[in-house]
Each structure stands twice: as structure tokens, then as C-alpha cells.
Design a protein around this ligand. Structure first.
Ligand code: FAD
Length: 392
């Protein structure tokens, strides 16, 4: 018989989607989870775990079959992100950056040659990708970008710095945005597909963090780096629509990952509340602990509904669902961070002991509140869409 907690995750999924969820979860718990803490302590990037995704079709679920990918519906893609993120931020981030930001942009704006070159390589698992958007001067105000692209014979020269770039030290393809005319603000923003290994003038530096020590983040400096004309993704000055569409899907997959984190907090807190005793009884019998468990389940499920609805809208072919994407990202961020905080409280002091996973999840949940738009940005966007001040 299905428990109410299992039903919460699966009740309106198709049989095939349930099967995918079960398979991804089994894989993630068996192959990834046992290594995460060790990788974090050793500052080690999980290259070998990422490789394991490829034959299972979890690495390139949004690459169409004609390019060798394992193309699935958007909802199933979200389930893959959710289940992998339930155990590991970094491996899930590889899937979501690559499929939402990079594959999505190439599919929509790439030339046939770009599709042929990059999508096939991604589908074969030959490279992972990074999205180079955020700059030292700010990540929210992307129209004010300081990295510039200057016309050169046969291509463009990029100069500027990007920070917080996930996977940059390991990536074989950078999705880069730069301005061809800073005075034009967002109308000058232009997107490029850059091969970092074949481009002179790119240096990748360490970007130390208090969390995600798994060699995940880097800063990337472009110093007059020459990229050929065929690196241009979309037309010059048309980078903002490319970004808009990439972030729309990116927000879905990040929100799905946050659902995974919020779920993991529930999964860890319940057995602990049933086991740990104080004053001669299990702590799960105290009403104040029960309140936290109820809050955790309710906020998880509330956010999950909005995220899944977004996935279904995308599967139904709704061209842009930007307000819903902001709602999903905002609610899922709130659920993941609040569930991690409540989870730690249920664990008492052990919540912050290195022995337990829940303390690590808090900073990793908080980290995801910034990627693909902060909570403040999404709060503002939702109101602007609702008030008609911003078009979808
Ligand atoms: C773990 C991690 C991984 C990341 N990975 C990547 C990556 O792979 N690629 C990449 O390009 N970036 C990445 N980022 C960067 C992330 O996208 C930025 O941190 C984010 O966009 C915010 O930019 P910022 O940190 O410069 O904050 P700022 O833009 O400086 O904002 C500072 C504060 O001001 C608020 N604020 C800004 N504008 C407004 C406004 N109009 N109204 C109200 N409040 C506002 C923000 O919400 C925030 O609270 C990552 C970040 C983290 C933490």
C-alpha cells in the first residue's frame, strides 16, 4: 500500500514518469549519495559520477534523439533534476545548466552546424557546460553587463570577468553573454558559444565559497579572447531574448532541484524524530516537533504543485511561462531553505555536526536561492507580470 508521503510525490504522474523517478532515485542513492560528503571534504569534483549519468540517459534528457540524446518530456526532465538534487547539488547542477541553459538555447537559437557540433557532443557525454552570466559588479542586473565583445576580423574579441561560474574548471563549452554596446544596455547583450579549451585569452581562477567545496565554482576571465563568427548564438544584440528563454527553463529545473532538497529534509527529519528520545519519549511525540514536520510537508507540497504545473504547461506547449517560472523558483527556494532550517532544529545540535547531512543542505539550499534569479528578483517579476508592467 502506498504511504501518504509517497502519494504526495507521485499521485498525478504517468506510470512511465513514476518509473523514471524510481529508477533515478535508486541510482542516486546507490551511486551518488555515498560519495557526496567525501567529495565535499576533499574538495573533489564528481567527474566519475557525472560519467555514470550518460548511458542511463540522465545526462542529456533535453537533447532530441536526432542528435543522440535521450529526449523526454519536460515533466520527466524535472523529475530527474529533483531526484538527483535530493542527494547532490553538484551533479544535479551539471544536468540543469547543460540541459536548460545551454541545450535549450542551442535548440532554439543555434545554427544547424552549432546543433550538430555541440548537441551531439553533449549527448555523447563528451563535455559538460557552464553558463557565464554573473559578473563581479552584479548578477541580477544583467542588462548592465561589463564584459564586452568587440568586432574583429572573422569574429569577436571578448574582454571581462565572470564570477560564481558553476563547473567552469571542468567544462568543454561556455555559454557566454557579453555586450557589443554597453550604452544600449540589454539591447547590446549578445550570446556566444565558446570552446574554452581552444580559445586563447581565457583564464579560470578559484572562487572560494563557504559551501559547495566540491570544486564547483570558478571565476572566468576573458582577456581579448578571440571567438570566431560561428560562436555567435543568435544575432548580435539579441542575447537578451536568448537569455530570457534559457532562464525560463533554467528556473524550472532549479525549482525542481529545490523540491528535491526540501524533500530530502523531510526524508531525514522524520526517521530522526521517530528515533531520538527526550524526557522518556520520542521527540516526534512533542507537538512543537510535529508542527515543524507538518510545516515542512505542507510547504514542500505547495511548492511541488506549482513546479509540476509549470512542467506540464511547458509540455502542453505554452511558449513562455515566465510568471509561473518565477513563482515556482520563489516558492521552491523558500521551501528548501525553510525545510533545511526546520530539519536542523529537529536534529538539535547534531543538525550542525559533520556526521549528519542536514547541516550541509542548509547552505546548499541557500546557494540555490541566488542562481537563476534571487527571491527578490522573482518577487518583483511576479508583481510586474500581474500588474501588466512586464510582458511574458
Ligand atoms: C552556488 C552558486 C552557483 C552559481 N552559479 C552560477 C553560474 O553557473 N553562472 C552564473 O552566471 N552565475 C552563477 N551564480 C551567480 C548567481 O546567479 C548570482 O549570485 C545572482 O544572480 C545574484 O547576483 P549577485 O550575487 O551579484 O547579487 P546582486 O545582483 O548584487 O544582488 C544583491 C542583492 O540585491 C538584491 N537586488 C538586486 N536587484 C534588486 C531589485 N531590482 N530589487 C530588489 N532587490 C534587488 C538581490 O536580490 C540580492 O539580495 C551562482 C551563485 C551561487 C551562489
Amino acid at each position: 500500500m502506498t504511504s501518504p508521503l509517497d502519494r504526495m510525490m507521485d499521485f498525478d504522474l504517468t506510470e512511465e514518469q513514476r518509473l523514471v523517478r524510481r529508477s533515478v532515485r535508486e541510482f542516486a542513492e546507490k551511486e551518488i549519495l555515498p560519495h557526496v560528503e567525501e567529495h565535499e571534504r576533499a574538495s573533489r569534483y564528481p567527474t566519475e559520477l557525472i560519467r555514470k549519468l550518460v548511458p542511463l540517459g540522465y545526462f542529456a534528457p533535453m537533447v532530441p534523439e536526432e542528435y543522440g540524446g535521450s529526449f523526454v518530456d519536460v515533466m520527466t526532465y524535472g523529475l530527474i533534476c529533483e531526484e538527483i538534487a535530493r542527494v547532490d547539488w553538484v551533479v544535479a547542477s551539471v544536468i540543469s545548466v547543460t540541459n536548460s541553459l545551454v541545450v535549450g538555447s542551442i535548440l532554439k537559437y543555434g545554427t544547424p552546424a552549432q546543433k550538430d557540433r555541440w548537441l551531439r557532443a553533449i549527448a555523447r557525454g563528451e563535455l559538460i557546460t557552464s553558463a557565464c552570466l554573473t559578473e563581479p559588479g552584479g548578477g541580477t542586473d544583467l542588462g548592465n553587463m561589463a564584459t564586452v565583445a568587440r568586432r574583429a576580423d572573422g569574429g569577436w574579441r571578448l574582454t571581462g570577468s565572470k564570477v560564481f561560474i558553476s563547473h567552469a574548471a571542468h567544462a568543454g563549452l561556455f555559454f557566454v553573454v557579453a555586450s557589443i554596446d554597453r550604452e544600449q544596455k540589454h539591447k547590446g547583450v549578445t550570446a556566444f558559444l565558446v570552446d574554452p579549451k581552444a580559445t586563447e585569452g581565457i583564464t579560470i581562477g578559484e572562487f572560494p565559497m563557504r559551501t559547495l567545496q566540491r570544486d564547483n565554482l570558478a571565476e572566468v576571465h576573458f582577456q581579448d579572447a578571440f571567438v570566431p563568427d560561428d560562436a555567435l548564438l543568435g544575432a548580435p544584440g539579441q542575447g537578451f531574448p536568448v537569455l530570457g528563454s534559457a532562464l525560463d527553463m533554467g528556473r524550472f529545473s532549479v525549482a525542481a532541484r529545490q523540491i528535491g532538497q526540501a524533500q530530502r529534509c523531510v526524508d531525514l527529519a522524520i526517521p530522526y524524530a521517530l528515533e531520538r528520545e527526550a524526557f522518556g519519549q520520542r521527540i516526534g511525540e512533542f507537538q512543537l516537533i510535529q508542527q515543524k514536520i507538518t510545516d515542512m510537508i505542507c510547504r514542500l507540497q505547495q511548492a511541488r504543485h506549482v513546479v509540476y504545473q509549470l512542467g506540464r504547461m511547458k509540455d502542453a506547449g505554452t511558449p513562455r511561462c515566465s510568471m509561473e517560472a518565477s513563482m515556482a523558483k520563489l516558492l521552491a527556494s523558500q521551501a528548501a531553505v525553510a525545510n533545511a532550517l526546520d530539519g536542523i532544529q529537529i536534529f538539535g545540535g547534531y543538525g550542525l555536526s559533520a556526521e549528519y547531512e542536514i547541516g550541509r543542505i542548509l547552505l546548499e539550499a541557500k546557494a540555490m536561492e541566488f542562481g537563476e534569479g534571487t527571491s527578490e528578483l522573482h518577487t518583483k517579476l511576479i508583481a510586474e507580470y500581474a500588474l501588466g508592467a512586464r510582458k511574458q
